[in-house]
Structures are given as structure tokens and as C-alpha cells.
Design a protein around this ligand. Structure first.
Ligand SMILES: Nc1ncnc2c1ncn2[C@@H]1O[C@H](COP(=O)(O)OP(=O)(O)O)[C@@H](O)[C@H]1O
Ligand SMILES: [Mg+2]
Length: 1108
């Protein structure tokens, strides 16, 4: 059989006590010591690990070590706690078995350290990943938090756990951690108010005071001085090797990682501070009239600060320390508290506050680390419960702790010793019984429901009447007197009557681990765990979220008159649950041993270790182990697991499982002494055989895996190949098609090219031929043309020559004829011919000229100035005359179409022209105006009806004129009427005749040369009208008025013609004076209007704007 024997290689002493030879207590101890001296602190008893506390750090927990032990068989390497952790983790992961790691030993033996090592190992080897790492980190970081609040320095251990802890780590099917659940057991809360000599309160108090910043301390109303707080023992406030300040930071960091909110952390610290403050409350008696003393808070400052911290109303709390309300059957009775009761109440409150805070912390941590997924979990439980404790002064707490250890020992015995031996018998294996101490009797002494110590304590607590610790002891003395593990001075058993090591107020129990003397003082109180309702109600009223949660019973709406379960009862119940829980799991044991009482390295106190070895039942453990079998398994799973190791059983065994296993074992040639066949199980004596089987199985599995791999690979390659082949055909088909297509395209292209070349060549050939033909044709044509041309030219030349000759002949003949004629007629021609030809020529020219003029005559409009140019200069006179005649003729034609009226108008216009043209600047503008005459429409306009009827003559002109005032030159409008006989001036508005001048009285009319409308009517001297003087008027129609006046006078045969003077200076007769009217060119500044100003007696100046 080939098995790696490294457990035995380089072994110091014996690594597994099972192999110890000879086996005795001395050799056992010697082996332990030898190994301990060589820093081998771990030793096996089969699968149980014995751990000796080295009290110094050893280099055996490095990551390299973790790697070394990872996935190795338990006995392969030298004993180590990692081997156990690895074994437990692997059977959890691979065999789906829930595990528990039971760590037992005395206080200070290294249980907590061991539990942390197991957890850190599992964390190191299990799965990795962001989420998993977070879970791991949270699980690991829950430790420092709980240690700060639940650990304290004791005389045995500087970091003693003062609570029991069981942690279930949950894993998924892959073995990755999902989360965890922590259960805590009975915190030793009495430590909050009082610590034994040489011990400290819980770490957190010291950590807070040393590690918190000044600012934080101020907020918590604390001072950094430990001596300021009654609850903090001073004799070992600082522990060497323990840096409270640094640990405080670690704890805060750990709380953060676990998931505490900043305000939660603050609340927790506020509660810690409140406990410290509470310890400082002092009470004084105050006499009451009924002679009773009533307690009063002495110095209220601490109370006030505490109330401020917790948001509690000071008066409420103060009252709760002076009075106590008892409620019974709807009745409320208030009794006063004396000073002692007040102190009791204070301490009870402090203990409750702290222990509830601790439980809350555990709940809160669980909230964070609880596994989220609802899938089935595998669980690894790690139990680190307080170790067996024997102090000088043992009280209720030690009793409870030791009871718990008693139960754990029981479960160890149950599973390893009794159960095992019973199984051999049951399975019919040959077996000689091994004696061991079964501590079931002690457990029964404590927990028996009828007469167990806890039951009696509960009975005492609930009993009416006066109950004291002494009555409890009495009761114990009577009931347990006969029990062989119970000892008491007052026992009826006279044996102890004179035992002075046993005081009167104590009882002693012989625990499996030794005798422990318990002082009964405080048992009843601690079991009752009473907190006055007034206090819990005061706490509930606090304006502080955390406190309110911690005291739900203080809610007045939920007053519960039933007594709460006692501490002992609760503990028994929770230990019961724990044991039940542990029994469902596969146990792994770590048995911690303390080598000395001095917490010192390198010291191995023989007696101390011997004692522990004894009470832990390690010798029995070895014996059972040696006599028995290391491993057992039912036939079915065994066959299932190893059937691949034999051809007959692989892959299927048809017969019963047992036969199959027998065939298997024979086939493997396992020596007969190495195993035994039980009724339903096979028992394997030595782990090595198991490892041999496992090793074979592993190899076989590898071979099988290789086979499966081979077949799978073959299949995979084949299917891959087939796929490739299929694809290749498709690709090839496509490619061929493509290639053929390409080739075809190429051939087609080449053919086209060749074809085109041939066609081109043929075409060119044809072209050449055609061109040649064409050239030939052209050449023929050209030659023919040239030939014809030559012929023609020759002919032409001939004809020309002929014509020339003919012409020459004709000319010569004509000349000859002419010469002949001239010779003949010369004598007649000379006398007449010249004149005749001249006349004929002139006649022809004139004829042409007139005909041309006829067709080119201008229009009939008299104002058309155009006239055709003359063709010959000798016709100039005629041409001009003809133009004049034509003009006169067309004027006559034009005039002939005039009516009488129009004729009169033109006559007037003509007369105006004669009078004013080139004389007065106003004239040109009047040419285009028609002489309308009656501008006022006298006949039609009803306004002038009266006036027109007053004038009996026909009105030739009616207009509005301005009469110039001779005095100042201002003008006023007048109606101006002209008839054949007179000029009438009438008022414009009324139409009343102002003046009527008979025309014969007028001598002349004067106007200026300029563009103004001024005119003066001058009267004949001596005439009837002359008395008024001459009239100076102005009108827009001056030209018409004067023309009409002149015309009337010229038409009247009986009168001399009216004179019209046109000059820029004339005299006007004003009454007696003659005034000179002078016209000047007005400067532009006077505006455009004509202005008239009387300059002096003799001068009237009219300024006329320059006409544009
Ligand atoms: N494996 C170890 N290596 C080094 N020191 C250890 C080891 N186990 C325990 N110790 C020391 O012993 C002390 C007490 O151990 P602890 O686990 O707290 O004891 P217990 O929990 O059993 O009361 C630790 O503080 C540590 O100093
Ligand atoms: Mg501990």
C-alpha cells in the first residue's frame, strides 16, 4: 500500500496520539510537552485537534501555510488547525454535509483565537470575487466589534470573551460564502458594574476614553480620565500589549465595514457613555415622615448630562430612582426606594442597558451579514463559548458558564465516545468496552426539570414570601444532598461538616473539569434579572431612537404583568437549542489546552495540563480511537463512491451492496485487519486505508475524466471536422462557381477583344478598299474635271477670243460707221443738238425731283417743321419756295376748318401776340391758356345772378381781380366785368357794383414788362370817371383782359384805339397826385409772391420775382 507518510516524516514526538506507544497519561503528557517545546502546538487524536496555547505568535499562519494545507488530506501534513478547517470545508463543499467546529477549553486556552484562525482559513480558501470578498470581509470584521463590546481582561486572559458565540457561516453549492448568523449567549453583564480584582470592565469603555477625539468626548460629555468613572476598575485599566486607542479605530472601521451608519455608531457610543455616567450617580437618604428613608440623587450633574445624552426627561429618571410602582391586578402602588435599593436600581439599569445594547449589536450585525439568497445553504457553525472557569469567588455567571461547558463535554462524549462504542455493538463488530466518565449526571444535577439546581433557583425566585440566597441554598441542601457531585457544608451528609474549604454560604459541584465552589450570594437576584418597571418606562420615553428600541417593555401600552423568564431559564433554553443544532451537523473538535496559568510562552506546567487532559477525557478519546475504527460508512454510499476501483463493480453492481463492497475490498487487496464488515456499514480501521481508497478513487476519477475527455474531445473534433468538411464543400462549390464565372468572363472578354480586333481589321481593310475606290473615283472625276475644265477653258478662250474679235469688229465697225455718219452728218448736228440734249436732261431731272417730292411731303400739321432735303443745289431757291408755299397752303387748309368762335379766339390770341409778344415776360405763359372770358360762370352761378341781371350788356369777361389800395399798396379782391361798353368793378362778396367805367373814358392801359399781373386803367382827363383817379389792378388773366379791352376799342368805329403802354415805370393819377409805379426785380428773400409797397407820396414800388 503506497500512502504518503508525511505525517510521520520528520515528526517531533507523535503527531497523532493514536500512534503513541506505549499509551499512558505520562507518555501522553510527555509527547505533548515535547511537541510544545518544539513549537508544535497541534496534535491529533484521530480527527480531533488538540491545541496548546503558545502565548506568542508563531509563524505558522502565513498565506504559504494556507496554500500548503489547501486541498490536502487530513493526515498528509503535520497537524495543524488548518488541516481541520480544510477537512471541514471540503466535506461541506464536496459532500454537502453541514459542519460545526466545536472549540472547547478553559478560559484563556485559545478558543477565540482558534475560531478566528478557522474563519480566516475558510475565507482564504473559498471562492473569490467582489461580492464574495465583501461578505468575507463583513464576516471577519464582525469579530473586532463583538470583541470590543463582549471581551474583557480577566486574570486568566487579557482578551477573555465574556459571552458565548456561535456563528453559522452559510455557503452556496460552490462553497462561496453567502453570509452568516451569529447567536450570542449570556453576556456576563455583572462586569459592567463591578469587576473582580485584577480585571477590567469591557474593552469598549477603555477604548472609547483613550481612542475618541477630544471633540467626540466633548459631544459625549466624557473626560479622558478613567478615574472619573466609578464603573471602571483602576487597578488594571491599561493592559500591556493592548493598545486601546488603536483598537478603538479598528472597531470603528470594522463597524463601518459591517455596515453601521454613522448615526448608529454615534447612538451606540452615546449609550456606552450613558452607562459610564450612570455609574457616577450617588444617592443620599432623605427621611420621610413615616420614618422611612427615601433616596435622592446626590449630585445631579451626571444625571443631567446622562439625560441630555439619551434625551430623557431628568425628572422622570430622578423619580424612578426614588420610587417604585408595583402593579398588581389593576392596582398601582408606589413605594419609596431606600438608598441601597436606588443603587441596586442604578446597577440593574446599567447592566440591562449594556447587555441589551450588546444583543442589539449582534442583531444589527446579523442584519448586515445575513445571506440574501433564499436558496438552500450549506452551513458551517463555529462555536466559541466561554471556557470552563474556576475563580476564587464563583458566582451565578460561572455556574452558568460551567453548565454550558458541561453540556459541550456531554455532546463530545455523546458523539465520540458513547455513540461510537454503541455503534460497534449495534453493528455487531467485535468490541471490548472502554470505560470513560460520562458527565450526564452532572448535567442532570443542574438542568433536571424537577430537582435540578436551575429549576430550584427558578422555583425560589417565583415563590411568594421572603426569598433570599440563603433560602435557595437551604433548598439545594435538602434536595441535592444525596447527589454525588453536589457538596455543601450544611448538607445532611456529615462528610463535609468539617470541611473548612467549604464555607457556609457556598455549595460545590464536582464538574467534569474539577470541583468549583459557588457562593450563593446574588444567585436569586441575578436569576431574577429585575429591572424596575419605572426605569424601563423612563427609558422607553427617551427621545433616542436606540434606547427606545432596547426597552420595548417600557411601552405603557404593552404593560405585561407576567414575570419575564428568568436568566437561568433563558440560558437553559438557548443551550438546549444550541445542542440540538450542533447534533444535526458533522462535528469537528478543537480541544484547547492552556499550558500555564501565567499567560507566558515556553512554560509547560505539567500538573495543569495533566488536569485538563484528564477532564477533557483525552486519554479515553485515544483509547476508543485506537480500539475502534477511524471511518465508517453505509455499504450503499461506500459502493457508490468506490465502485470504479474494481472491474466487477464498475459501472454497475447488480447484487446487494455489502457483497459489492466485499468484492471491491478483495479486489483491492486491502489487508483484512484494516477493516471490518458491520451489519449496515463497513468500518475502516486506519485513516490510511481510507486515504488509499480515496487516492485510488482520485486516480481512477482522473482516468475516467481523461476517458470522458477523450471521448468528448473525439466527438468534438469529429463534429468539428464534419462541420469543416461540410463547410469546405460549400466553400469549394461557391469558389468553383466563382472561378468558372471568372474564367468565362475572361474568355468572353478575350473573345470580344479578338472579335473586335478582327472586325476592326476587316473594317479597316474594307475602309482602305473603299477609300482607294473613292480616291480612284475622285481621281477620275478630278481628271475628268480637269479635262473638262481644260476643254471648257479652251472653248471659253476660243469664245472670248471670238467675242473680242466680234466686239472689236463691231467697235471698229461702229467707229467706222460713226466716223462715216459723223462725216456725213457733222454739218447738221453741230447747230441744234447741244441745246436740245440740255433741255431734255433738265426736264428729266425736274420731273424726277417733283415726283420724289410728292412722295416725300411732310404731314399737314402747320407746326411740322420737317422738309425733304434738296437733291441738287441749283434747285435751292425752288425748294425753299416750294416749302413756303406748302406751309401757307396747309395753314390755309388748317384755318378753313375753323368755326366762327374758334376764329374769334384765334383772332384774340393773335391780337394778344401783337400786343405783348417780346414785350412782356408774362406773355409766353398765356399762349397755351384759352381765353375763357367768363371765369365766374356768371349766368350759371346763382351767387352772381343779381349782378348779371344788373348789367344789361353781354358780359365779355368776368373775373376776380385785385384792386391795389393806392394809399398803402395792399390789395383787395373785386369782381371785374367787361362788356362792350364798360368796365364794372363789383364787391366780391355781395356782388354790388362799386364802379362802372364807360370804355370811352379809358385813355390807356399800362403794364410792366415783367411777369406780374399788374395793370393800370388810366382815365381820360376831364371825363366823368376821372374824378376818382386811375385804377391799379392785378389779375392772373392780365393778357386776356388787356387784349379784350384793346380789341373792343379797336372794333368800335366811333372810338379811338386804346393805348397799351408797356414799361416798368408809369404814372398813375391818384385823385390829385400823380404816383409813379415802379417795377423792380424782387430779391428771392421776398418770396415768390409779387409785393407792392407805397414808398413815399410819389412812389409805389412793385417787386416782381425773377421769372424762372
Ligand atoms: N494560536 C495562538 N497563537 C498565539 N497566541 C495565542 C494562540 N491562541 C491563543 N493565544 C493567546 O492566548 C490568548 C487567549 O486566547 P483566547 O483565544 O482569547 O482564549 P479563550 O477564548 O479560550 O479564552 C490570546 O489573547 C493570545 O494572546
Ligand atoms: Mg474567548
Amino acid at each position: 500500500m503506497e500512502v504518503k507518510t508525511s505525517l510521520l516524516d520528520n515528526m517531533i514526538g507523535v503527531g497523532d496520539m493514536v500512534l503513541l506507544e506505549p499509551l499512558s497519561e505520562d507518555s501522553f503528557l510527555e509527547n505533548l510537552k515535547k511537541r510544545f517545546d518544539h513549537n508544535e502546538i497541534y496534535t491529533y487524536i484521530g480527527s480531533v485537534v488538540i491545541s496548546l496555547n503558545p502565548y506568542r505568535s508563531l509563524p505558522i499562519y502565513t498565506p504559504d501555510k494556507v496554500e500548503e494545507y489547501r486541498n490536502r488530506n487530513f493526515y498528509e501534513l503535520s497537524p495543524h488547525i488548518y488541516a481541520l478547517a480544510d477537512e471541514a470545508y471540503r466535506s461541506l463543499r464536496d459532500q454537502d454535509k453541514d459542519q460545526c467546529i466545536l472549540i472547547t477549553g478553559e478560559s484563556g486556552a485559545g478558543k477565540t483565537e482558534a475560531s478566528k484562525l478557522v474563519m480566516s482559513y475558510v475565507a482564504a480558501v473559498c471562492g473569490k470575487g467582489q461580492e464574495v470578498n465583501k461578505v468575507k470581509e463583513q464576516l471577519l470584521q464582525s469579530n473586532p466589534v463583538l470583541e470590543a463590546f463582549g471581551n474583557a481582561k480577566t486574570v486568566r486572559n487579557d482578551n477573555s470573551s465574556r459571552f458565548g458565540k456561535y456563528m453559522d457561516i452559510e455557503f452556496d453549492f460552490k462553497g462561496d460564502p453567502l453570509g452568516g448568523v451569529i447567536s450570542n449567549y449570556l453576556l456576563e453583564k455583572s462586569r459592567v458594574v463591578k469587576q473582580p480584582r485584577g480585571e477590567r470592565n469591557f474593552h469598549i469603555f477603555y477604548q472609547l476614553l483613550s481612542g475618541a477625539s477630544d471633540d467626540m468626548l466633548k459631544k459625549l460629555k466624557l473626560e479622558r480620565d478613567f478615574s472619573k468613572y466609578n464603573y471602571l476598575s483602576l487597578d488594571s485599566a491599561t493592559v500591556s500589549g493592548l493598545d486601546d486607542a488603536a483598537n478603538f479605530r479598528t472597531v470603528r472601521n470594522a463597524m463601518q465595514i459591517v455596515g453601521f451608519m454613522e448615526d448608529e455608531m454615534q447612538s451606540v457610543l452615546e449609550l456606552v457613555a450613558a452607562v459610564l455616567k450612570l455609574g457616577n450617580l450617588d444617592f443620599k437618604p432623605e427621611s420621610r415622615c413615616n420614618g422611612m428613608d427615601e433616596s435622592r440623587v446626590k449630585d445631579k450633574n451626571d444625571l443631567k448630562e446622562m439625560c441630555e445624552l439619551l434625551g430623557i426627561e431628568q425628572s422622570v429618571l430622578e423619580r424612578a430612582f426614588s420610587y417604585r410602582t408595583v402593579e398588581a391586578k389593576m392596582e398601582k402602588v408606589s413605594t419609596t426606594l431606600n438608598v441601597a435599593q436606588a443603587y441596586y436600581a442604578r446597577d440593574a439599569l446599567a447592566k440591562n442597558l449594556y447587555s441589551r445594547l450588546f444583543s442589539w449589536l449582534v442583531t444589527r450585525i446579523n442584519e448586515s451579514i445575513r445571506a440574501q439568497a433564499k436558496t438552500r445553504h450549506k452551513v458551517m457553525g463555529v462555536l466559541d463559548i466561554y471556557g470552563f472557569e474556576i475563580f476564587e469567588d464563583n458566582s451565578f455567571e460561572q455556574f452558568i458558564i460551567n453548565y454550558c461547558n458541561e453540556k459541550l463535554q456531554q455532546i463530545f462524549i455523546e458523539l465520540t465516545l458513547r455513540e461510537e462504542q454503541e455503534e460497534y455493538v449495534r453493528e455487531g463488530i467485535e468490541w471490548t468496552n472502554i470505560e470513560y466518565f460520562n458527565n450526564a449526571v452532572i448535567c442532570d444535577l443542574i438542568e433536571n426539570n424537577q430537582n435540578g439546581i436551575l429549576a430550584m433557583l427558578d422555583e425560589e425566585c417565583l415563590r411568594p414570601g421572603t426569598v433570599t440566597d440563603e433560602t435557595f441554598l437551604d433548598k439545594l441542601n435538602t434536595i441535592c444532598a444525596e447527589h454525588q457531585h453536589f457538596e455543601s457544608r450544611l448538607n445532611k451528609n456529615s462528610k463535609f461538616l468539617n470541611d473548612h474549604s467549604l464555607p457556609h454560604n457556598c455549595f460545590r459541584i464536582q464538574h467534569y473539569a474539577g470541583k468549583v465552589l459557588y457562593r450563593v450570594e446574588g444567585f436569586v437576584d441575578k436569576n431574577n434579572d429585575l429591572l424596575y418597571r419605572d426605569l424601563s418606562q423612563a427609558m422607553y420615553k427617551a427621545n433616542h431612537s436606540l434606547i427606545k428600541q432596547l426597552f420595548p417593555e417600557g411601552n405603557p401600552a404593552k404593560v405585561n404583568l407576567k414575570r419575564p423568564p428568568t436568566a437561568g431559564f433563558q440560558f437553559r433554553a438557548s443551550v438546549g437549542t444550541l445542542m440540538g443544532n450542533l447534533q444535526t451537523k458533522n462535528p469537528n473538535y478543537i480541544r484547547c489546552i492552556k499550558p500555564n496559568d501565567k499567560k507566558a510562552a515556553h512554560i509547560f506546567t505539567d500538573s495543569l495540563v495533566r488536569h485538563q487532559v484528564r477532564y477533557l477525557g483525552l486519554m479515553e478519546n485515544v483509547r476508543v480511537r485506537r480500539a475502534g475504527y477511524a471511518f465508517r460508512q453505509a455499504y450503499e454510499p461506500c459502493l457508490e463512491r468506490y465502485k470504479m476501483l474494481c472491474k466487477n463493480t464498475w459501472p454497475h453492481w447488480k447484487g446487494p451492496a455489502r457483497q459489492g463492497v466485499e468484492v471491491l475490498m478483495t479486489d483491492l487487496q486491502v489487508p483484512a485487519e484494516e477493516f471490518a464488515y458491520g451489519r449496515s456499514k463497513i468500518f475502516i480501521r486506519n485513516p490510511r486505508t481510507l486515504f488509499f481508497l480515496e487516492e485510488k478513487r482520485k486516480q481512477c476519477l482522473e482516468d475516467l475524466a481523461t476517458l470522458i475527455q477523450k471521448i468528448y474531445r473525439g466527438w468534438k473534433c469529429r463534429s468539428h471536422f464534419l462541420l469543416l468538411k461540410k463547410s469546405e464543400i460549400v466553400v469549394a462549390a461557391w469558389y468553383r462557381r466563382y472561378a468558372q464565372q471568372k474564367k468565362y468572363q475572361k474568355i468572353k472578354h478575350s473573345t470580344t477583344v479578338v472579335q473586335s480586333y478582327t472586325r476592326g481589321w476587316q473594317a479597316r481593310k474594307l475602309l482602305r478598299e473603299l477609300k482607294y475606290q473613292k480616291k480612284c473615283e475622285e481621281a477620275v472625276t478630278t481628271i475628268a474635271a480637269f479635262w473638262h475644265g481644260t476643254q471648257a477653258r479652251r472653248e471659253l478662250r476660243r469664245l472670248k477670243e471670238e467675242a473680242r474679235r466680234k466686239h472689236a469688229v463691231a467697235v471698229i465697225w461702229a467707229y467706222w460707221q460713226g466716223l462715216k455718219v459723223r462725216r456725213e452728218y457733222r454739218k447738221f448736228f453741230r447747230a441744234n443738238a447741244g441745246r436740245k440734249i440740255y433741255n431734255f436732261t433738265i426736264q428729266r431731272i425736274m420731273q424726277k425731283y417733283f415726283l420724289g417730292l410728292k412722295s416725300n411731303l411732310p404731314s399737314m400739321s402747320p407746326i411740322d417743321k420737317s422738309w425733304p432735303a434738296r437733291p441738287y443745289s441749283f434747285l435751292e431757291g425752288v425748294h425753299a419756295e416750294l416749302r413756303r408755299i406748302f406751309h401757307l397752303w396747309r395753314c390755309k387748309k388748317y384755318r378753313s376748318q375753323f368755326t366762327e368762335e374758334k376764329k374769334a379766339v384765334y383772332e384774340e390770341k393773335l391780337e394778344a401776340s401783337e400786343l405783348f409778344k417780346d414785350k412782356k415776360a408774362l406773355y409766353p405763359s398765356s399762349v397755351s391758356q384759352t381765353f375763357k372770358g367768363d371765369y365766374l360762370e356768371m349766368v350759371k352761378n346763382p351767387k352772381y345772378q343779381k349782378l348779371s341781371s344788373a348789367v344789361d350788356e353781354k358780359i365779355l369777361l368776368a373775373d376776380v381781380v385785385n384792386k391795389i389800395n393806392r394809399a398803402n399798396g395792399k390789395s383787395s379782391p373785386r369782381l371785374f366785368l367787361l362788356t362792350k361798353k364798360s368796365v364794372i368793378l363789383a364787391d366780391q362778396k355781395t356782388g354790388q357794383v362799386k364802379t362802372s367805367l364807360p370804355l370811352p373814358d379809358l385813355s390807356s392801359v399800362s403794364t410792366s414788362t415783367q411777369s406780374d399781373g399788374f395793370f393800370a386803367l388810366k382815365l381820360k382827363e376831364g371825363s366823368s370817371s376821372a374824378v376818382k383817379g386811375d385804377f391799379l389792378l392785378s389779375s392772373d388773366h392780365l393778357i386776356e383782359i388787356v387784349t379784350k379791352l384793346h380789341r373792343i376799342s379797336s372794333l368800335a368805329a366811333d372810338r379811338e384805339k386804346l393805348n397799351v403802354d408797356i414799361s416798368d415805370e408809369f404814372l398813375v393819377q391818384f385823385k390829385q397826385d400823380k404816383v409813379c409805379v415802379k417795377f423792380i426785380q424782387g430779391s428771392p428773400k421776398n418770396g415768390n409772391g409779387v409785393s407792392c409797397k407805397r414808398k413815399n407820396n410819389r412812389l409805389l414800388e412793385v417787386s416782381v420775382p425773377t421769372s424762372p
